[in-house]
Design a protein. Structure first.
Length: 388
């Protein structure tokens, strides 16, 4: 890029905060209502945002955590992984969350005390792995710590929120224990769980715990046309750069409302425009030149990674799925996939479930399956053709 051009304002990367977070006002308003309900002394439902990979759950959660922290709350953002349960995740971020607290607030003193003692949180980090009982010992500690923080917050007129990403990644025992902690606290203290996960998360939570009617599931979907345009135009406008109509239309069509693709195509189009000198506007030619570059990255980084991560049985399942779709349909009945593989539904369901857990496919309705990432069906078709 020639010196003097503004920095590329697009953010194509998992969890990378966009310059313009568009189309999420309903989701943000819900989080805001949880805050005001709890501050007024009412209880509030836990909020869980569900959506496919790459639609923007993480950046939404980070925005919510920031806004809560800005209002004085203790609201650490935690990302779970298999093998990393809520308690250990919290122990590792406690200090970061503490940095934002209001000087002089009871909540601040309480968090400070906890950190100085190290005790509570060290105990927290020590366990919470698999176990048959719902009250895993580490979760009892977690409940105690959160209760003492929430009591202090109540005296300040504030609250505590655990902002937890990838909720579907933990074991069912850990999830059940977490839900139990949440249910116990939410009725008596200003405490909320605000989480996110893949579309199968609601049924996973229902399996993990009995009383989950106080979870509010909120979809996080692809962006509508107007929002998609704003996601592309606004970051450039902030740098004094405009998009030509045809260039914008082409990026929006290529990305199909999928936030990660919007960022990627726009990023590469900006790179092209910057190569030819000082950027004033981004033109159709820039987008056309950027497309193969973006597509190569999608092939290698998105489709390829997922395909390579699938075992032979899972690949056969994906091939069957795309074959039944026949290049036209977006959805198939899972029974038809089993039939095509000449197997009983019960025999293929572990494979189907594993692919759902990986975020490669999802069930838009009961018994119906679809690929979860735009363009992945076509990629599987090409791989199927390659393997003859
Ligand atoms: N509302 C939005 N407006 C503009 N860009 C967005 C928006 N939401 C997400 N993005 C962009 O989309 C990409 C994916 O976002 P994010 O990592 O939050 O998705 P995710 O749903 O958490 O995905 P995963 O399930 O893989 O974790 C990032 O490049 C981000 O900058
Ligand atoms: Mg994410």
């Amino acid at each position: 890029m020639r010196a003097g051009n503004p920095p590329n304002p697009y953010t194509p990367g998992a969890g990378d905060r966009p310059r313009a977070l568009v189309g999420r006002s309903d989701q943000l308003a819900l989080a805001e209502s949880v805050r005001s309900q709890l501050e007024a002394g009412y209880s509030a439902n836990s909020l869980v945002y569900v959506g496919l990979r790459g639609v923007g759950k993480t950046v939404l959660l980070k925005e919510i955590a920031d806004r809560l922290a800005g209002a004085g709350w203790y609201a650490p953002y935690l990302e779970l992984r298999r093998g990393l349960a809520v308690d250990s995740a919290l122990a590792s971020v406690a200090e970061r969350g503490a940095a934002h607290l209001r000087p002089g607030a009871k909540l601040t003193r309480q968090v400070g005390q906890l950190l100085r003692r190290g005790g509570g949180l060290q105990v927290l980090g020590s366990g919470g792995n698999l176990g048959a009982s719902r009250n895993l010992p580490a979760y009892d500690d977690l409940a105690r710590v959160l209760a003492s923080l929430s009591e202090a917050a109540r005296e300040d007129g504030l609250g505590v929120a655990l902002v937890v990403d990838e909720l579907q990644a933990v074991t069912i025992a850990n999830l059940g224990a977490l839900v139990h902690v949440v249910q116990d606290l939410r009725d008596r203290l200003p405490f909320a769980l605000i989480g996110a996960g893949l579309p199968h998360l609601p049924s996973y939570i229902a399996k993990a715990a009995t009383y989950t009617e106080r979870f509010r599931y909120e979809p996080t979907d692809k962006l509508h046309d107007r929002e998609a345009r704003a996601a592309v135009v606004e970051p450039a406008a902030a740098e004094g750069v405009s998009w030509n109509d045809e260039a914008l239309a082409r990026v929006v069509a290529a990305a199909d409302g999928y936030p990660y693709f919007l960022q990627l195509y726009a990023f590469e189009a900006w790179q092209e425009a910057a190569r030819s000198g000082a950027i004033e506007s981004i033109r159709l030619a820039d987008v056309q030149a950027a497309e193969p570059v973006a597509q190569r990255q999608i092939e290698a980084g998105i489709y390829g990674v997922r395909f390579e991560g699938a075992n032979q049985t899972e690949r056969r399942y994906l091939f069957a799925l795309s074959e039944i779709m026949g290049g036209a349909a977006d959805q198939v009945r899972s029974g038809d996939v089993a039939r095509a593989l000449d197997l009983k539904l019960s025999a293929v369901s572990p494979t189907r479930d594993a692919l759902i857990r990986k975020g490669i496919i999802h069930a838009p309705e009961h018994g119906v399956l679809a690929f979860s990432i735009p363009g992945f069906r076509q990629y599987i078709e090409r791989r199927r053709a390659d393997e003859g």
